[in-house]
Ligand binder design. Structure first.
Ligand code: IMP
Length: 424
């Protein structure tokens, strides 16, 4: 059985939520394998907008199981808020949401450290959701996993060490008020009974689903260029949105997923939120035009996204890291009405062609994109569901992407509604 892996190929906000929702008719379960409430997956159903941060986008499809993988850092308060939104909108999630036992918690003090770090250390432009500090605790072996919250002694031991270290930092470096261990303990007590029914005891739950012939969709959050290993470090998130995250973040084996369809989701242009190099950024009115037409404001923070041309050098890198087997192109409709459209096909550094995507931030911030110019198309293509009905110049643009990257485009999204899509 072919499972599906959906990965953002750029800096996040590629429109993965819609693609996952669209594909969810064909699958039994959606697994989120990394990230946390920093993600904002927007889906529209009959004009109604849903923004999901933690719960996999398959939840609006009846009968689809939704699993929060161990690679996710789970903010329980954000999780409960999301459940409430689902209830208000009539989405029945009973017996459909599962959290793997070894997922780590994001607690309110992680958000405090996220903010302090942004104010006082290197500014990354984080979402402020406590993601980096929670992953730092996980890898320092000071974190608390969802399965640990029923063991009072363990929680106290972990907090005793963790919060003591944090208070030393607060006193001596950040000059901020101390965290009270008992307060953190009480926060955990407040959520633990409510969380119990969602927690699965067996970390091999997803692998077992596969063994019983269930078809799984693995949903990545953020994007490949924000990956902590392969992204534009240090301007990255603290997890692995790239393919490796699927294995470490959901407890499946390579054998389980080796024949999967790996879909790279690519916005027809580029965007980025927060700090960090962005070679094809458009810093004039045209950038503002794309932002406004594409409604490029963060689904989680509302921040304006930086906008730019499509970058095929970055996408080639992303394709290699992830081994995409096909692409889904989103927001093609936003490009309608542009006289000319540029696509970056190479970088120049100090007068020389570079031919690859440098992970060294200083180098990447100095490269000059080399563009190929395309004629645009005037007419609206919003809602077109048949490739043949696209204007010839839009087809030329898509064919060039396929030829350059040597990869087939299988889905084209032409609007925000679930069915505004072309399937090839
Ligand atoms: P963090 O993940 O909140 O620590 O933020 C680190 C970087 O990743 C910042 O540049 C954020 O703007 C970016 N980021 C995190 N989540 C998303 C997302 O869902 N979409 C786009 N950018 C994101």
């Amino acid at each position: 059985m072919k499972h599906i892996i959906v990965i953002g190929a750029q800096w996040g906000d590629e429109g993965k939520g819609k693609i996952v929702d669209f594909l969810s008719t064909e699958i039994d379960a959606v697994v989120r394998y990394q990230g946390g409430a920093n993600a904002g997956h927007t889906i529209f159903i009959k004009g109604k907008k849903f923004v999901l941060h933690l719960i996999p986008s398959g939840i609006v499809r009846e009968g689809v199981l939704c699993i929060i993988g161990n690679g996710v850092v789970l903010d329980p308060f954000a999780f409960f808020e999301e459940l409430e939104i689902l209830t208000t909108n009539g989405v029945n999630y009973n017996d459909r949401i599962f959290i793997l036992p070894n997922a780590h918690l994001v607690l309110p003090f992680h958000k405090i450290f996220d903010r302090l770090s942004e104010d006082k250390n290197q500014k990354i432009g984080t979402t402020g959701k406590g993601i980096g500090p929670a992953y730092a605790d996980k890898y320092s072996r000071l974190g608390i996993r969802v399965i640990d919250i029923f063991n009072d002694d363990y929680i106290k031991d972990q907090l005793n060490v963790n919060i003591k270290i944090k208070n030393t930092l607060l006193n001596n470096f950040y000059n901020d008020s101390e965290i009270v261990i008992e307060d953190v303990f009480n926060q955990i007590m407040k959520i633990r009974d409510k969380l119990r029914s969602f927690i699965i005891d067996d970390a091999t739950f997803v692998s077992n689903l596969i063994a019983t012939n269930k078809r799984i969709l693995f949903e990545g959050a953020q994007g490949s260029l924000l990956d902590v290993d392969f992204g534009t470090y240090p301007f990255v998130t603290s997890s692995n949105p790239t393919i490796g995250g699927v294995l470490t973040g959901s407890g499946v084996s390579l054998k389980d997923i080796k024949d999967s369809e790996v879909i790279g989701v690519v916005k027809a242009y580029s965007t980025r939120v927060g700090e960090g190099p962005f070679p094809t950024e458009i810093k004039n009115d045209l950038g503002e035009y794309l932002r406004s037409k594409g409604n490029e404001y963060g689904a989680t923070t509302g921040r304006p996204r930086r906008c730019g041309w499509l970058d095929l050098v970055a996408l080639m890198y992303s394709k290699q890291i992830n081994g995409f087997s096909s692409l889904a192109i989103t927001k093609l409709d936003v490009l309608s009405g542009l006289n000319k459209i540029n696509v970056c096909i190479d970088y120049e550094l100090d007068g020389n062609e570079l031919n690859y995507f440098p992970v060294e931030t200083f180098t990447l911030s100095k490269v000059v994109p080399i563009y190929k110019e395309f004629d645009g198309w005037e007419e609206s293509i919003q809602g077109i569901r048949n490739f043949e009905k696209l204007p010839q110049n839009a087809k030329n643009y898509l064919h060039f992407i396929e030829d350059f990257l040597k990869i087939k485009i299988k889905i084209i999204s032409t609007g925000f509604e679930r069915d505004d899509s072309i399937i090839l």
